[in-house]
Design a protein around this ligand. Structure first.
Ligand code: NAD
Length: 368
């Protein structure tokens, strides 16, 4: 970075770009420099709306020597190729999840970044929010004793009910596991450590879906990836977790994440949010206690992971929403689907350390 600000170039001006374009308002270390999209008018509209100095083609953005970090907000099947182009252009990259649709492409990205001395970061960064950092502190401080087991559930009726361009959700590299699994798996790895073995059963009973959101209401989508995935995760150290992700459930009564320990149970908030509630019920307690947050960022703070990466680039420390963590999550997801297809347990080859917790008492917007 030429200065103490990271100049950001966003590629992909779709639904999620708005919250990232607002990140420099929350984190002084970030500065919007440019936005690009294969659909140039989309990039121009976002640039105008958020006061970004330049809307341009992807090639022009990558050729801009002033840009330090590319934020890749394209659709999953092109994440790897767009991130690779950014790295080849000498930029560090922070990608929306998943890092890639296949672990081989993700591994190539990490190797390229290492060879070039660049950073790879990846969403989600919700595990750095107030809710999940408070949970991390409660576990590390022993409030539920030794964690023994966990459960995680993400069920919904499907994004064709709300997203304007929902086709990509039903292609390989998305589906409920690859689309929503990263929130749950990243949270679990941050709380409990790395996963060593997985087992899965995955199905798409409905092979066609009908879009009901606007503007494509009535259009049919062919389903090319499982829409209900049941997985079992074995963590290093023996913790067993159940993970169910589904686009096939109108309603359910299951909690997002629970962690069961020798001294009590931790109720973890929805890991697709930054907030709470965080609840603990210690062995023998009459009921649940809601725990006040120990950390900042209870509201939607997407971009927190990019800001943390920018601070890390300045100081030379590791960044938390890292490519290695995203690779482990991708390896876990791909292995769950392989386990289902191959009808056997899969031992993971990837390993990752738990990312460091955020320090206590940081002022808003500052990460070191
Ligand atoms: N929508 C959400 O609520 C949400 C939330 C969290 C994460 N995400 C993730 O963010 C990413 C983007 O999601 P979205 O909802 O904004 O999708 P979207 O379809 O609204 O936007 C994607 C944009 O990428 C552009 N694009 C596609 N291929 C490109 C390429 N090769 N080069 C340049 N631009 C290209 C498209 O033209 C489009 O404008 C996905 O990975 C998704 O999983 C979305």
């Amino acid at each position: 970075m030429a200065t103490n600000k990271a100049r950001i170039g966003i590629i992909g001006a779709g639904v999620i770009s708005g919250i990232y374009l607002e990140a420099p308002k929350k984190f002084d270390i970030l500065e919007n420099a440019a936005i690009a999209d294969i659909d140039l008018p989309r990039a121009q509209a976002k640039a105008e709306q958020y006061g970004v100095p330049k809307a341009c083609t992807v090639e022009e953005l990558l050729a801009d020597p002033s840009i330090d970090i590319v934020i890749n907000l394209t659709i999953p099947k092109v994440h790897a190729q767009v991130s690779q182009a950014a790295l080849e252009a000498g930029k560090s990259v922070y990608s929306e999840k998943p890092l890639a649709t296949h672990r081989e492409d993700a591994a190539k990205l990490l190797k390229l970044a290492e060879d070039k001395g660049l950073r790879v970061g990846c969403a989600p960064d919700t595990f750095l929010g107030a809710g999940l950092q408070t949970c991390r502190k409660l576990i590390d401080d022993g409030w539920i004793g030794q964690p023994l087991a966990a459960s995680a559930f993400m069920l919904g009726a499907g994004p064709e009910k709300w997203h304007p361009d929902p086709e990509f959700f039903f292609q390989p590299g998305a589906g409920p596991l690859f689309d929503m699994g990263p929130y749950y798996l990243t949270a679990l790895v941050s709380l409990l450590g790395p996963i060593s073995r997985v087992t899965g059963s995955a199905q798409a009973v409905r092979t066609e879906r009908t879009i009901t959101s606007q503007p494509k209401s009535g259009t049919k989508i062919k389903v090319n990836t499982p829409s209900h995935v049941a997985g079992v995760l074995d963590f290093e150290g023996g913790i067993v977790a159940t993970l169910i992700t589904s686009f096939d459930a109108w309603y359910h009564g299951l909690p997002p994440i629970e962690i069961y320990g020798t001294e009590g149970t931790l109720s973890v908030p929805d890991p697709n949010t930054f907030g709470g509630p965080v609840k603990v019920r210690r062995a023998g307690a009459e009921g649940w206690s809601e725990i006040p947050f120990s950390h900042n960022y209870p509201a939607n703070s997407r971009g927190l992971g990019v800001a943390d990466m920018a601070y890390a680039m300045l100081s030379g420390r590791k960044h938390r929403a890292s490519g290695d963590l995203a690779y482990h999550v991708l390896d876990t997801m791909q292995s769950i689907l392989e386990s289902s297809r191959e009808e056997k347990h899969i031992h993971l080859s990837s390993q990752v350390d738990r990312p460091a917790p955020l320090p206590l008492g940081l002022p808003a917007g500052i990460l070191d």
